[in-house]
Design a protein around this ligand. Structure first.
Ligand SMILES: C[S@@+](CC[C@H](N)C(=O)[O-])C[C@H]1O[C@@H](n2cnc3c(N)ncnc32)[C@H](O)[C@@H]1O
Length: 222
């Protein structure tokens, strides 16, 4: 698979990846990572974790990947054909404010995307998805209906449990992603958060990958 560090792209082969992941007890994979701000934040805050950001757009990743911490890795890839090298690595998967083909794959329940997504997961891995109105509107869904649609897709795909929570401006401000900030301070500061676990569980689900969000009110999706 193709890694990126500033302007320099390089092939990350199995041996290089094995050396990079050695010793990390938690591996977070952020799909559609954008400029990588969230991955950098997670890596800085959690030195015992490896944080991997994936995006199809290399230009966005050039800045942050240049001076990322050692426990952050950035990969250029299409989420619809996720790199096989990442198979079975993730203890946590995040998809923050997807748009375009990534969002369409979630809304449509694309079976190829589902297979790639669950292939990333270790047993018991958590999945968190953040959604915003503008992207869902472009895909033809009102915000809440789109969030419920994706919650339903996750259930059909076999994800376990599932929590859905509406996010207001205060909640959005707590998420360290560029789009969360943009939304929180914009004209329409709201979104949805969905979370689920990939069975079988081998460890109790310990909550959000965003520690600041622990304990926020949530409702079960219909
Ligand atoms: C609204 S941005 C969100 C970026 C970041 N997660 C954040 O919260 O700031 C959506 C991102 O999804 C990426 N994306 C959309 N479709 C994709 C695909 N099929 N494969 C990989 N990335 C994709 C875009 O390149 C873009 O960076």
């Amino acid at each position: 698979m193709e890694g990126i560090c500033g302007k320099r792209a390089s092939i990350i082969d199995a041996a290089t990846l094995a050396a990079q992941i050695a010793g990390y007890r938690e591996i977070l994979i952020d799909i559609g990572t954008g400029d990588g701000r969230y991955v950098r934040h997670v890596a800085r805050e959690n030195p015992a974790w490896l944080a991997i950001g994936i995006d199809a757009c290399r230009e966005n990743l050039r800045g942050i990947s240049r001076d990322a911490p050692r426990n952050a890795l950035f990969v250029i890839a299409n989420a619809l054909t996720l790199p096989g090298e990442l198979r079975g690595l993730a203890t946590r998967i995040t998809i923050n404010f997807p748009w375009g083909s990534l969002l369409a794959a979630l809304l449509d329940g694309d079976p190829a995307f589902r297979d790639g997504l669950v292939a990333l997961a270790r047993p018991g891995a958590t999945l968190e998805i953040l959604l915003n109105r503008g992207a869902l509107a472009e895909a033809g869904y009102p915000l809440e209906a789109g969030a419920m649609r994706i919650a339903q897709v996750l259930r059909v795909w076999g994800f376990d449990g599932g929590r859905a929570a509406m996010l207001d401006a205060d909640a959005l401000r707590l998420y360290p992603t560029t789009w969360a900030r943009r939304l929180a301070y914009g004209r329409d500061p709201c979104g949805w958060s969905l979370s689920a676990t990939w069975p079988p569980r081998c460890a109790p689900y310990v909550g959000s990958v965003y520690p600041e969000q622990a304990g926020r009110a949530s409702i079960a999706p219909q």
